[in-house]
Design a protein. Structure first.
Length: 477
């Protein structure tokens, strides 16, 4: 088998995950020589895993122990299994391809039934020995029950969600995304679909994708969550999903401001009037959407002021942070100059208290720009240095990081280096808003200093024409 696999790899004929036909034929012939019942038993063992225990296998079949052991001994003798020399009843397939071939020997219905029995066997063993399910068995239980068919949707979702949470605690967000994908598939297959549960699962997956820096994918998943939340009619879910779509800031994922605005308004209507953390956050997010959509700056200002004042009244640090970040455009208008640094300092303090690295990175970025705007270079550099440390484990903030570093280069007259960094960044899979922000501000300034502004002239004329109704951005005109 090893020689055949190596030959296919060297010739470029291998297909990852598939058992090559000639290897499958060899394995099938070897398995067919086993005593009656042997192929069936090995197929069940293959669904348990590369390594398996007699204790679990016996619960998937009606054969008695003597017969099971007899068939396993025959499989060891045929070179298909290895028996542990130190742990009685523990076996391993001699090669992953042997297991894969046997797995594929069952039809979908039979596989689902065996997966259910395996999952129940693990549950029963753990309850007898430990009184509950062990953390190390949660991923295995999730795997088996998500492959056990719609009838086991509840257990599939339960174990997959616990496994995802466990993975997130280890910062293994790729594993969390996979587990949540299984839970979502199980939820959708269990009709009628529980839209509220589906929205919760989609929101969790969108957040995990975000932390993997799969930003565009995260944006699409937030959109799916919003649809499910709307179907559920649950106000809090509608609000969370609507807020999720606004994670699409200038440096994250593509977003449709009209769709975002509609979702935020629906969420505000669902939440109802009166002070609440959700209402303050939703108002601030909608104000931001209106402001940067052009032509509605007066409404946006009024809404932002209402949101930030409400955030103060509800006395919730997270709401204060989210609302003031979303409404930060207020501070960048001329009359907001005096409040910029005090607000930036407060946001950093709140983020430090929350111990949320993403919030702290956002607050440090915001304060660094304020410090640069005020000419406080040393203070700005200190905040950017702290931001860089956080970016080592937060890949989703690296577009923002490129913007901060190119700003430093511009201030130091390192035009060519800044141009190279911006050019490399905008060539990546980043949203249009990020590409525009880097091009319209930093690249424009670089071209001016290089004496190459003529290369930017057509773009400037187009933006000036487009911004004719933007009362809040008169500089373009």
């Amino acid at each position: 088998i090893e020689q055949l696999v190596r030959n296919r790899e060297e010739s470029g004929e291998d297909h990852p995950g598939a058992v090559p036909p000639e290897i499958r034929e060899i394995i099938t012939q070897r398995v067919s020589r086993l005593p009656e019942g042997g192929p069936e038993l090995l197929g069940r063992a293959a669904l348990i895993g590369r390594d398996f225990d007699l204790e679990i296998l016996r619960r998937t079949t009606t054969d008695d122990d003597d017969r099971i052991i007899e068939l396993l001994d025959a499989s060891v003798g045929a070179g298909l299994l290895d028996e542990s020399g130190s742990v009685p009843g523990r076996y391993s397939f001699v090669h992953a391809l042997v297991r894969s071939s046997l797995e594929d020997s069952f039809g979908l219905t039979r596989r689902s039934a065996v997966h259910r029995r395996i999952g129940e066997a693990i549950e029963s063993r753990n309850q007898n020995r430990f009184g509950d399910q062990r953390d190390e068995d949660l991923p295995t239980l999730a795997w088996h029950f998500t492959h056990a068919g719609p009838a086991e949707a509840d257990r599939a979702i339960h174990y997959a969600t616990l496994s995802a949470r466990q993975a997130e605690e280890r910062l293994a967000y790729d594993e969390a995304v996979d587990f949540l994908g299984g839970a979502i598939a199980a939820c959708r297959a269990d009709e009628p679909v529980d839209q509220g549960l589906l929205a919760e699962l989609l929101l969790s997956r969108a957040e995990a994708e975000w932390r993997m820096a799969l930003l565009q994918r995260s944006g699409r998943t937030f959109g799916e969550a919003a649809e499910a939340a709307r179907e559920s009619g649950i106000p809090e879910l509608i609000a969370r999903a609507a807020m999720g779509t606004t994670w699409g800031s200038w440096d994250s994922f593509e977003s449709d401001r009209d769709v975002q605005g509609r979702l935020l308004r629906e969420a505000l209507e669902a939440i109802g009037p009166g002070d609440s953390p959700f209402r303050a956050q939703l108002l601030a997010s909608l104000a931001q959407i209106l402001y940067f959509s052009g032509g509605l700056s007066a409404d946006a200002r009024a809404m932002a002021i209402e949101a930030t004042e409400m955030a103060e009244r509800v006395n919730d640090p997270y709401t204060f942070f989210v609302s003031n970040i979303a409404a930060s455009f207020l501070r960048w208008e001329p009359e907001g100059r005096a409040s910029r640094l005090p607000m930036a300092d407060r946001l950093v303090e709140v983020a430090e208290s929350s111990e949320d690295p993403e919030d702290l990175a956002e607050a440090l970025s915001w304060r660094a720009v304020v410090q640069l705007n005020l000419g406080h270079r040393a203070e700005a550099d200190a905040d950017i240095a702290r931001f860089d440390v956080l970016a080592r484990t937060l890949p989703q903030i690296r577009v923002n990081q490129a913007g901060l570093h190119s700003s430093q280069m511009v201030l130091e007259g390192r035009w060519d280096e800044a141009e190279q960094l911006i050019t490399e960044t905008i060539q990546q899979d980043i949203p249009t808003a990020a590409r525009v922000a880097l091009t319209d501000s930093l690249l424009f300034e670089i071209r001016a200093e290089q004496g190459r502004l003529d290369e930017h002239l057509d773009h400037v004329k187009a933006m000036a024409a487009q911004s004719s109704g933007w009362e809040h951005w008169p500089t373009w005109r």
